[in-house]
Design a protein around this ligand. Structure first.
Ligand code: GDP
Ligand code: MG
Length: 177
């Protein structure tokens, strides 16, 4: 039996240095590099998952550089995206506010075929850090109020919750029909 092959374009956005590239590399290549290397422009990495016997999913994770200004040049990259992962940094609470700006920016450019917003997943990264401050109650509320499908505390460094978050995202996309 030949499996159904589907490609999903997923945007990965968020403030500068929150860990977007690190999360993608951990998920796709299972590596972590502690040295910071600026992402220039846009790049994507793909990971193929055998979801079930009938379904082979390829996630195309688009690493959109944070130094691009909102609404400027990025709209080209947003095209045809079916979901977005917005990353915040638990060491810097202000990155949650930036997360909202990305969400608005994406919503202005892309939507699902029926006109409703694409699903957004929130990753609160660097939970391993001793400088991380994690307020679960606040994040639960934030997620609900701002219309994210879910949030996860993650660590690209220690590989915490990344597979779990991606699995939920794939499930959500498949459920769109
Ligand atoms: P980007 O600009 O959002 O792509 O961020 P990077 O993935 O380049 O990461 C920025 C910096 O944060 C790098 O020095 C990473 O090593 C570090 N970093 C990324 N993820 C984690 C994490 O989960 N824990 C910790 N402690 N550091 C991280
Ligand atoms: Mg990067």
């Amino acid at each position: 039996m030949s499996a159904q092959k589907i490609v999903f374009k997923v945007l990965v956005v968020g403030d500068f240095a929150v860990g977007k590239t690190s999360i993608i590399k951990r998920y796709v290549q299972n590596v972590f590099n502690p040295l910071y290397k600026l992402t220039i422009g846009v790049d994507f990495l793909e990971k193929t998952v055998d979801w079930d016997q009938q379904t082979r999913v390829t996630l195309q994770l688009w690493d959109v550089a944070a130094n691009e200004r909102f609404g400027h040049m990025t709209s080209v990259y947003y095209k045809n995206a079916i979901a977005a992962i917005i990353v915040a940094d638990l060491e810097r609470p202000a990155t949650l506010e930036t997360a909202l700006k990305w969400k608005e920016d994406i919503n202005e450019v892309v939507s699902l075929a029926d006109g409703t917003p694409i699903p957004f997943l929130l990753l609160a990264n660097k939970v391993d850090s001793e400088d991380a401050s994690l307020d679960r109650e606040y994040l639960n509320q934030f997620t609900k109020e701002k219309g994210f499908i879910q949030w996860f505390d993650t660590s690209a460094k220690q590989n915490v919750n990344i597979d779990k978050a991606m699995t939920l995202l794939i499930q959500t996309i498949l459920d769109l029909g």
